[in-house]
Design a protein around this ligand. Structure first.
Ligand SMILES: *Cc1c(COP(=O)(O)O)cnc(C)c1O
Length: 379
């Protein structure tokens, strides 16, 4: 086959997104205003929640979720040991302790048996991650968690589902990302979802310096001499209307994007099923995968070469791959801070070393998919 060059991912943006930015640019309302509100309404509706609040990233979404839950020094927050580093970092921002829990090698998600062992009287929140767009087994998590609040890290899971309900509606608070590596993008951006009116009010204020009223309210009809009051310490984590105008266009295509990704995920499942040294993603019948990434697991005991050599070889052939994500307990900051060894979380360590994300994104062509399969088979 002729050589092709296939990146790991490309955002699917174009003229429609570009044109959508015209309105805020021409009107001069650039920061959080009517476009952000519209984006939030569409997002809330799609994910079956009462409230959706746009912020600057999933990282700041997770941070605000923990602040709103009053997480502070002396508290423990449970985080899976195979996830993007910011799932853990936000706990440190609050001065609390990260307690890692191992993950299941099959789903890459939180291992509920290990979770049971990690809960203490100091556990004030649990952050189940819906990794690569596959929801964590939230019913099992809830059973173990009891009354402990659950913050869904749904950074990869816009549009994903579990037992008929959308990600973001499954816990106390849900957090999403619109980084270009995710299914729908606003450049940078995030969303917080909840059905709790009090938490929603608090989070809305926290993202806007702790102000008692929004910028929009302040500019429309308020007394000119009144600045908002500030009763709490907040942050500037506001999304801009420029970003939201792109997000509105993207969100309307979310289900089309997922349908197409699902079709190609099934193509990979079928095309790769005879390769004995790799395992394709496992999706239970209760789950609707969001397919942010297609991540395979390499069985090095059967593979002709190691995963890393394989990734290099694929790169030479023009196919980009990445490890699924990393195991934060193996990264210097956490290894040193908590004196952690790779084998403390053997599932996460294996996922760190043997997972491999292969290209799956909406701009790929049939020829691209065929080529990826050809290259894997040639190994
Ligand atoms: C991408 C990602 C994040 C961070 O999202 P940002 O919007 O870049 O801050 C957090 N958690 C997981 C699981 C992610 O994949």
């Amino acid at each position: 086959m002729e050589k092709r060059n296939i990146p790991i991912s490309l955002p699917h943006t174009g003229e429609e997104e570009w044109l959508a930015t015209k309105e805020p640019i021409m009107s001069g309302w650039l920061t959080a205003g009517p476009k952000v509100r519209e984006f939030e309404e569409i997002f809330a509706k799609r994910h079956g929640v009462k409230h959706a609040m746009a912020v600057t990233s999933a990282t700041t979404a997770l941070h605000l979720a923990l602040v709103a839950l009053n997480i502070q020094s002396g508290d423990e927050v449970i985080v899976p040991a195979f996830t993007w580093i910011s799932t853990a970092n936000v706990v440190i921002y609050c001065g609390a302790k990260v307690v890692f829990v191992d993950v299941d090698r099959t789903t890459f998600n939180i291992d509920v048996n290990d979770l049971k062992k990690k809960i203490t009287s100091k556990t004030k929140a649990i952050i189940p991650v819906h990794l690569f767009g596959l929801c964590a087994d939230m019913d099992a998590v809830k059973k173990v968690a009891g009354n402990i609040p659950l913050v869904e890290d749904g950074a990869c899971a816009a549009g994903a589902g579990y037992k008929g309900n959308a990600a973001g509606s499954l816990g106390t608070i849900g957090c999403f990302s619109f980084h270009p590596r995710k299914s729908v993008t606003t450049g940078e951006g995030g969303m917080i979802t909840t059905n709790d009116d009090k938490l929603a009010e608090l989070i809305s204020s926290l993202r806007n310096h702790g102000a008692s009223i929004s910028e929009e309210q302040r500019h429309h009809g308020a007394k000119p001499y009144i600045l908002p009051d500030f009763n709490i310490l907040g942050y500037n984590y506001r999304m801009t209307d420029l970003q939201a105008s792109v997000g509105i266009v993207q969100l309307k295509k979310l289900d089309l994007f997922i349908d197409e990704r699902e079709k190609w995920a099934k193509f990979y499942d079928e095309a790769l099923k005879d390769i004995a040294w790799l395992r394709t993603p496992v999706v239970g019948s209760d789950y609707k995968h969001g397919w942010q990434s297609y991540v395979i697991y390499i069985d090095e005991s059967k593979a002709p070469i190691s995963r890393n050599d394989m990734m290099e070889k694929l790169q030479q052939m023009g196919v980009s791959t990445r490890p699924g994500t990393h195991a934060p307990h193996m990264l210097n900051y956490y290894a040193e801070k908590y004196n952690l060894k790779p084998d403390d979380f053997p599932g996460a360590k294996d996922c760190n070393n043997y997972s491999m994300s292969i290209p799956l994104f909406n701009k790929m062509t049939k020829e691209d998919y065929d080529y990826v399969v050809y290259c894997l088979k040639s190994i």
